[in-house]
Design a protein around this ligand. Structure first.
Ligand code: SIN
Length: 194
């Protein structure tokens, strides 16, 4: 599949007659909320693990030196904490462009902190997309992130802001925090807006 998923996503769901849709964010959608929403609630999804396995050629890297951003990998028993937003369906016109580098929308069951459930849409970059980089040692991922930057800013900013947001949500994402530790141990990083 080509890395550009805009057309795939537009053909995926018919939002006709639907007033609002839940969106589940587990990466930059947690801390970079540049879209309107009607309601926001912390939520968890099961069976998926957050991993810095997706390449970023358009936001946090370049085609020559891609950065690494998160996607979700199916893993029985895993839990991924994030932020759910109830949005008007037209918000996906913008989000499909923002998430166009390999991410497809899937439907998932979310569990809110009070134990209630709802169906939501989540952007996942599966391993058959051209920008998928896959597994690597966390120290190597940190080194790649430390060296990458793109139109949206340094890749390190993406990692550090995500780690900070996960801490604020009370999440214990071992993978993200291990990469953060490697990155901070290797060199001091200045992060905008921290
Ligand atoms: C998400 O945040 O839910 C998708 C991945 C990203 O944009 O970082």
């Amino acid at each position: 599949m080509t890395a550009n998923t805009i057309d795939h996503n537009r053909a995926r769901y018919n939002f006709e007659g639907i007033e609002s849709v839940w969106l589940f964010g587990y990466g930059s959608l947690i801390y970079k909320v540049d879209f309107p929403f009607l309601e926001q609630r912390p939520a968890t999804i099961r069976g998926w693990a957050r991993r810095f396995w997706q390449g970023s050629h358009d936001h946090r890297g370049t085609p020559e030196a891609p950065g690494r951003v998160v996607t979700l990998i199916e893993q029985p028993g895993a839990r991924c904490k994030g932020m759910a937003y109830r949005v008007s369906p037209n918000v996906f016109e913008y989000l499909d462009v923002r998430e166009k580098n390999g991410y497809l929308r899937f439907s998932t069951t979310m569990t809110f902190d009070d134990g209630s459930h709802a169906e939501g849409l989540v952007y996942i970059a599966t391993e058959d997309n051209e920008a998928f980089l896959g597994e690597a040692p966390e120290a190597d991922i940190a080194a790649q992130i430390a060296a990458a930057a793109g139109p949206s800013g340094p890749n390190s900013e993406y990692l550090l802001r995500l780690a900070e947001s996960l801490r604020a949500l009370g999440d214990d994402c071992v993978h993200t925090f291990a990469i953060e530790t490697h990155l901070l141990g290797s060199e001091p990083v200045a992060v905008k807006d921290r």
